[in-house]
Design a binder for this molecule. Structure first.
Ligand code: NAP
Ligand code: ZN
Length: 354
């Protein structure tokens, strides 16, 4: 098994992704080597390779929605064996000792966790993500893909799934709760499916009515266009929880006005630009403005099991790796239904063709 594997990488800010090779580390005692089958395309991949969140460590091999099959395990690995179906999300390491890690919330590691790509690993090397043939990850950061979840529709669960599951759970999405999801993209479509499966009453707030049929089919009971100013009057005070999945800044005052007393506007979208609000938007109805980032390993496994139990996967458009740049443009144009997933088999072809 060679440590040199084929990948797709951005070599500089804003440059299209191109074929590239990366060097994996040797499989250490606690490591699992995974043959990657599918990698979802998250909007965060695009923010990163375009330097929207600050200078990236090029070459960047993005991809933190990874599913595949275990190809090798280290001598001290206990939870996985060769041939197991597994997934890796946004994190590949953390201190394991701080209060957050002990609680199973490695995403809030006080000593700094290690992200799957564009981060410095504990070995001092830049981490490389899922747009590649293989990855080596320490066992603690590997999840099991339950039987019954296909690897292509499971891949987006490792980021889009957990990023929406965690705040929906945290702020009590369930029977009797009126939940709105802003933005019907990769995260948003999973939020609709998950909130519905939790028993909440779900409304989609999308820029236009173009995806209305899809939104209702995904499980929403109502769907409104935010480009129509009448929407904000009609829905004033209507929701207990609003999950904002939008990749661009929003008018927070307008969305806060849609919350009932004690309602929560939870943001998971991560635009580069700051957002402002009027204090009164929070004070008058004792509203909360909150944020949430991905989820810990324990909750990620819980989410995968929940999805399997409810027959939920992402709605995906599977593409070849050579279509990745075109897919990025379509994500930027809000023309994704609802997650692009790269079939990494094309990387093998690219390699054997030299
Ligand atoms: P996506 O598939 O592009 O979906 C974003 C959706 O936002 C679009 O489909 C569109 O929905 C809406 N939108 C886009 N531009 C807009 C604008 N100018 N005004 C209003 N609505 C707009 O992206 P994604 O992969 O779901 O990611 C969404 C955001 O979450 C990104 O910023 C990403 O970096 C972030 N993220 C955060 C976490 C976390 O842990 N917090 C994890 C993953 C991703 P409509 O067409 O329906 O309006
Ligand atoms: Zn992501």
């Amino acid at each position: 098994m060679s440590n040199t594997v084929a990948a797709y990488a951005a070599l500089s800010a804003g440059a299209p992704l191109v074929p590239h090779t990366i060097e994996l580390r040797d499989v250490g005692p606690l490591d699992v080597r995974i043959d990657i089958r599918f990698a979802g395309i998250c909007h965060s991949d695009i923010h990163t390779v375009r330097d929207e969140w600050g200078p990236a460590n090029y070459p960047v091999v993005p991809g933190h929605e990874i599913t595949g099959v275990v190809a090798a395990v280290g001598s001290a690995v206990t939870r996985f064996a060769v041939g197991d179906r597994v997934g890796v999300g946004c994190l590949v390491d953390s201190c394991g000792e701080c209060a957050s890690c002990v609680r199973g919330e490695e995403q809030y590691c006080r000593n700094g966790n290690v992200q799957t790509y564009n981060a410095v690993g504990k070995d001092g090397r830049i981490t490389q993500g899922g747009y590649a043939q293989s990855v080596v990850v320490t066992e603690r950061f590997v999840c099991r893909i339950p039987d019954g979840l296909a690897l292509d529709v499971a891949a987006p669960l490792l980021c889009a799934g957990i990023t929406t599951y965690a705040p929906l759970r945290r702020w009590g999405a369930g029977p009797g709760k009126r939940v709105a999801v802003v933005g019907l993209g990769g995260l948003g479509h999973m939020a609709v499916k998950l909130a519905r499966a939790m028993g909440a009453d779900v409304t989609v707030l999308s820029q236009t009515l173009k995806k209305r049929e899809d939104g209702l089919a995904l499980g929403a009971t109502a769907y409104y266009a935010t480009e129509d100013p009448a929407t904000f009057g009609a829905l004033a005070g209507a929701f207990d929880l609003i999950l904002n999945t939008v990749s661009a800044p929003l008018d927070l005052d307008a969305y806060l006005s849609l919350l009932a007393v004690d309602g929560v506007l939870a943001g998971v979208g991560a635009p580069a630009e700051p957002m402002t609000l009027h204090a009164g938007s929070l004070l008058f109805q004792r509203r909360t403005l909150a944020g949430s980032i991905i989820g810990g390993l324990r909750e990620t496994q819980e989410m995968l099991d929940f999805c399997a139990a409810h027959g939920l996967g992402a709605q995906v458009e599977v593409i070849g790796v050579e279509q990745v740049n075109e897919a990025y443009e379509r994500v930027l144009a809000s023309d994704v239904r609802y997650r692009f997933v790269i079939d990494t088999a094309g990387l093998d072809r690219g390699r054997s063709n030299g």
